[in-house]
Design a protein around this ligand. Structure first.
Ligand code: NPG
Length: 368
């Protein structure tokens, strides 16, 4: 496939409610969409970098800059490129995995649309719908948290993840357990907010029958995560620490985690995400699909990935309405706690032109 050019499109998507984590509060999603144009088809990718480098070193302006200056010229230079080749062509440029993932997804989408095949087919989806969890931000008070969780449980979410940080951990978890009972699938996510010295405190979470504790320590603390895992009965899951299949292999050998959150943007794309899935499956390590407040473009691909057989835990693949009043694609709507895996060519969804125009803040065309 010869790439004719790539469009970078920034869109502003207000969130239905502020989303607070241990690293910051998001009130709107500043999204960079990429549209790869080829003679046969065009494809979309969503870059999951946030406006500020608080979750990871990448941020939206930086992603746009590295794409226009280095990644897109490298991708459009060869006479032809396919999705399998994207990571290799971009490998000389260090890091910038979220930027690379968006470009790879757009090339894959174009390729699959041209072939009339879906993401789910390409990745190896084993089911036609996936069970959905919801990630609940840090709130001002426990009554507010309980109201929010009650709303999501009523909507049918099959698993709840609570964001935690020092000062907002044991009490909210206890309150949610007491109110919703032991059958609620419940997990917590610290986004690297603790140190190993706080292990005795984190061990108090062991009383609440959590599915897992996600990324308690800093992203480069693999050895400390292994030490922590030995001190907790709650399974340790890693997110920020796992940027590649190599990191996953190292974490598993060290005993740093027994569960992995797979986010395609964080690991450089859906192909690397599938490699992590395969590696974890071979080691009996469960994986689940994380979320980065994606629009329907990124969500479609995530739902396809979450349908692979090793994704044995519900993901942060919530319905569009959990994030946005109006999604840029046709909305993903929960049915009985599940989302259907799109079956149409490529992502199976595409931005709706009129909605896209309304939310666009800038566009840039980068010809080959
Ligand atoms: O449902 O998409 C979602 C949000 C899931 O909690 C979620 N994402 O740390 O995993 C995370 C967190 C996140 C959101 C991280 C935005 C970075 C940016």
């Amino acid at each position: 496939m010869k790439i004719t050019g790539v469009e970078l499109r920034r869109i502003a998507m207000p969130l239905v409610a502020p989303f607070r984590t241990s690293f910051g509060t998001e009130t709107a999603r500043d999204v960079l969409l990429v549209r790869v144009v080829t003679p046969d088809a065009e494809g979309w990718g969503e870059c999951v970098a946030m406006s500020e480098p608080l979750y990871s070193p990448e941020y939206v302006d930086g992603a746009a800059e590295v794409m226009r200056r280095f990644l897109i010229p490298a991708l459009t230079a060869p006479p032809a490129v396919d999705a399998q080749a994207v990571a290799r062509v971009l490998a000389p440029f260090k890091g910038h995995r979220m930027a690379k993932a968006a470009l790879e997804a757009a090339v894959l989408d174009a390729e699959l649309r041209a072939a009339g095949r879906s993401f789910g087919w390409f990745l190896g989806a084993a089911r036609d719908r996936v069970p959905c969890g919801v990630s609940v931000g840090i709130m001002d008070s426990i009554p507010r948290l309980l109201d929010a969780v009650a709303g999501y449980v009523d909507e049918g979410y099959v698993r709840v993840k609570l964001k935690i940080e020092p000062g907002w951990d044991i009490a909210p978890v206890r309150a949610v357990r007491e109110r919703f009972g032991d059958d609620l699938l419940l997990q917590v996510d610290a986004n690297a907010a603790y140190t190993l010295a706080q292990a005795p405190h984190l061990a108090r979470l062991d009383d609440f029958g959590l599915l897992l504790i996600e990324q308690p320590l800093a992203e480069d603390d693999l050895v400390q995560h292994a030490a922590l895992a030995r001190l907790l009965s709650t399974p340790v899951c890693l997110d920020e620490s796992i940027e590649s299949a190599r990191h996953a292999a190292a974490a598993i050998s060290l005993g740093a985690c027994s569960i992995v959150n797979v986010k395609p943007g964080r690991v450089g794309g859906y192909l690397e995400a599938r490699r992590i899935h395969d590696l974890c499956a071979a080691h009996g390590v469960a994986v689940w699909c994380g979320g980065m407040l994606e629009t329907g473009v990124g969500r479609a691909a995530n739902v396809a990935l979450a349908a692979l057989p090793g994704f044995t835990l519900p993901g942060d693949t919530s319905g569009s309405g959990r994030y946005f009043a109006t999604d840029v694609t046709e909305p993903f709507v929960l049915e009985d706690g599940h989302l259907p895996v799109p079956t149409g060519p490529g992502l199976g969804v595409a931005p709706i032109p009129a909605i896209l125009e309304e939310v666009t803040t800038s566009t840039e065309w980068i010809p080959a």
